[in-house]
Design a protein around this ligand. Structure first.
Ligand code: ZN
Ligand code: FE
Length: 239
């Protein structure tokens, strides 16, 4: 199983999870179809599943076209049945979704939207966090409460440290500046900053991160209580 990072739209990332033994793939959050189609062109890979973390247009924009072109099955959260276009498979919190060799635990992580989920591929130790956890940041709270977002991040925090984190946007540089401003003494953060800058200078994605890195460096995950988390979220909204 390998993950291919596919930049979409302005600063979105879609991900292809490719099972090389089966020539079969899932795509996570296709914000648009074209980059996915381009990647798959002349490759012997069948796009079997479309996995959506949430219903925002920049995560589902490619659903319809890709489903039509490849006959893919659209997989998303049950309560977003009316908001995720072309949805076929309805997921619930804590369920294991299994198809072919793909197997992920579904974790409901509301806050950014009420129906946001993440896909935890526990065997491969990968998590697709959409717009809830970013590298060095977290999503804006659009439909939930601070408490819901804080609790959702706590669920992600409890995943094994070596888990690779694949998020929905390349926001890392701006998040880094915020973390440095409010946590300037963090040595791990300084180390990660060098790494991030190197990648950006070379035109590479800063993704994936890891749960370990995020625990050490992401100021939102380092907030110990709801009050300090909420303060940080407000500061970031105006940063
Ligand atoms: Zn979103
Ligand atoms: Fe988004």
């Amino acid at each position: 199983m390998r993950v291919e990072i596919i930049p979409c739209l302005q600063d979105n990332y879609s991900y292809l999870i490719i099972d090389e033994n089966n020539n079969s793939a899932c795509v996570v959050d296709p914000g648009e179809a074209k980059p996915i189609v381009d990647y798959l062109k002349n490759k012997n890979i069948k796009l079997r599943y479309i996995l959506n973390t949430h219903h925002h247009f920049d995560h589902i924009g490619g659903n319809k076209y890709l489903k039509k072109k490849f006959g893919s099955i659209v997989v998303g959260f049950k309560k977003d049945i009316n908001r995720i276009p072309e949805i076929d498979v309805l997921l619930e919190d804590n369920q294991i979704w299994k198809a072919e060799n793909f197997e992920a635990k579904i974790i409901h992580i509301p806050g950014h939207t009420s129906g946001h989920i993440c896909f935890h591929f526990f065997q491969e130790k990968l998590v697709f966090t959409g717009d809830t956890l970013f590298s060095l940041g977290c999503g804006r709270i659009f439909e939930g409460t601070y408490k819901e977002m804080f609790e959702s991040l706590n669920k992600i925090k409890s995943l094994p440290e070596e888990t690779k984190v694949y998020c929905g946007h390349e926001y890392t540089l701006s998040n880094l500046k915020f973390c440095i401003k409010y946590n300037p003494e963090n040595r791990n953060l300084k180390k990660k900053a060098e790494n991030i800058k190197k990648k950006i200078d070379n035109g590479l994605p800063t993704i994936p991160s890891t749960i370990k890195d995020e625990l050490e460096c992401n100021i939102f995950l380092r907030a110990n209580d709801l009050e300090s988390f909420s303060k940080l979220r407000d500061l970031k909204d105006n940063f």
